[in-house]
Write a protein that binds this ligand. Structure first.
Ligand code: EPS
Length: 366
């Protein structure tokens, strides 16, 4: 089986669930490390009061014994503490008793920028909640939990993945980014931004130019673009390359006793859809969050009359959270590519395959 994650779960349902296949047997997992990533995702300046309700922790229901993977599908669960307030409204089965708590009334005011309007039309829904619950970025907690497994796997292959926010609302630098969030909060508005993910230690040869499905840049772009609120993805110097001459756009090939190396990394570690042994550098651009405290114009689904969009509590910005999620997305895709390159049912086989390959090629990690 390939290293692939399937998820399920609604924002205020009982839990988020992930099933991860393709993890070799014998990988030691550290629960605290996964929980630390879940906590990192919840932090960041500009997060919503919802984060005070949740304290995300990973539960493992299958595929692990005494902290070691069994080579079988791993079932991960992150519970929604807020479900307690939505027991009636988000009950998976017809609810018993009188309506109580949140989610009793149908939502009929779609928010511009969210899944609301397209969702009700596509699936024939009467309540926007039936669309927004799954579309919510709360779902990214399941991705981060699985990303923790992917990072543990990659670490065994001497690969490290790290993401961070580089821009929030057009501002760079910690202080200016915070000031931008404070200003947007005061105006009851929201912000987007840019995150950057770097992967060190990836050997040449992950992905392939053979088909577009195998190209590593396409796969990383899909993994990031498939994340809530991401509207653009860039590999290496990306769009800037379009305006340069070829002599200023490529990374010249040098050779020393350690192997081939480059002095520049404009390609972001990927040429022709294949990793080239340099650091992989990917950036994702996030749009401002669509739930605004000062609602945008919309139309009521029941009456067709002009109205203001649904106002729920919202994050002002979640760019720092996206950095952790994007780190997980990149780790999952690189783990998938590593599994393709090195195969292996057991971790010892995977490590041995990597060692043999790295000994064969004139490359060493830097
Ligand atoms: C989200 C709306 C907010 C966010 C949520 C994503 O949730 P709520 O409607 O419950 O206040 O806080 O993100 C999370 C809960 C999370 O854990 O990241 C949305 O509509 O996308």
């Amino acid at each position: 089986m390939p290293f692939v994650l399937t998820t399920a779960g609604e924002s205020h349902g009982p839990a988020l669930v992930g099933i991860l296949t393709g993890v070799p047997a014998g990988l030691v997992l550290d629960r605290d490390a996964i929980d630390a990533d879940l906590a990192r995702r919840q932090q960041g300046y500009g997060r919503s009061p919802r984060q005070r309700i949740e304290q995300d922790r990973v539960e493992v229901l299958a595929g692990l014994r005494h902290g070691r993977t069994l080579g079988t599908p791993i079932a991960l669960v992150v519970r929604n503490a807020d479900h307690e307030n939505w027991r009636w409204g988000m009950s998976p089965w017809p609810p018993e008793g009188e309506p109580a708590g949140k989610g009793k009334e149908a939502v009929t005011l779609p928010r511009p920028g969210h899944a609301d309007l397209a969702g009700v039309m596509k699936y024939g829904l009467a309540d926007v909640r039936d669309a927004l619950e799954r579309a919510s970025a709360r779902h990214t907690a399941a991705i981060v939990a699985a990303g923790g497994v992917a990072k543990a796997f990659l670490r065994e292959l001497e690969i490290e993945v790290e993401g961070h926010a580089v821009e929030v609302g057009g501002a760079t630098g910690e202080d200016d980014m915070r000031a931008a969030v404070d200003a947007a909060r005061a105006d009851r508005d929201t912000l987007g931004g840019i995150v950057e993910i770097r992967a060190r230690g990836v050997p040449p040869g992950f992905g392939s130019y053979a088909t577009k499905e195998e190209r590593l840049d396409a796969r990383l772009a899909a993994a990031l673009m498939g994340t809530q609120a991401v509207k653009g993805v860039e590999i290496g110097e990306g769009r800037a390359l379009a305006g340069r001459r070829g002599s200023e756009a490529h990374d010249e090939i040098l050779r020393d006793e350690a192997g081939y190396r480059r002095e520049t990394n404009r390609a972001g570690g990927i040429e022709a859809g294949v990793s080239n042994g340099e650091e992989i550098v990917v950036r994702a651009a996030m749009k401002p969050l669509p739930t605004l405290m000062r609602a945008l114009r919309s139309a009521d689904l029941e009456t067709g009359e002009p109205a203001q969009a649904l106002v729920e509590r919202s994050d002002v910005a979640a760019v720092e959270a996206l950095a952790i999620v994007a780190e997980a997305c990149v780790a999952l895709e690189l783990a998938h590519a590593a599994r393709e390159k090195f195969g292996g049912d057991a971790m010892d086989d995977v490590r041995a395959a990597r060692r043999a390959y790295v000994e064969r090629i004139p490359w060493s990690p830097r």
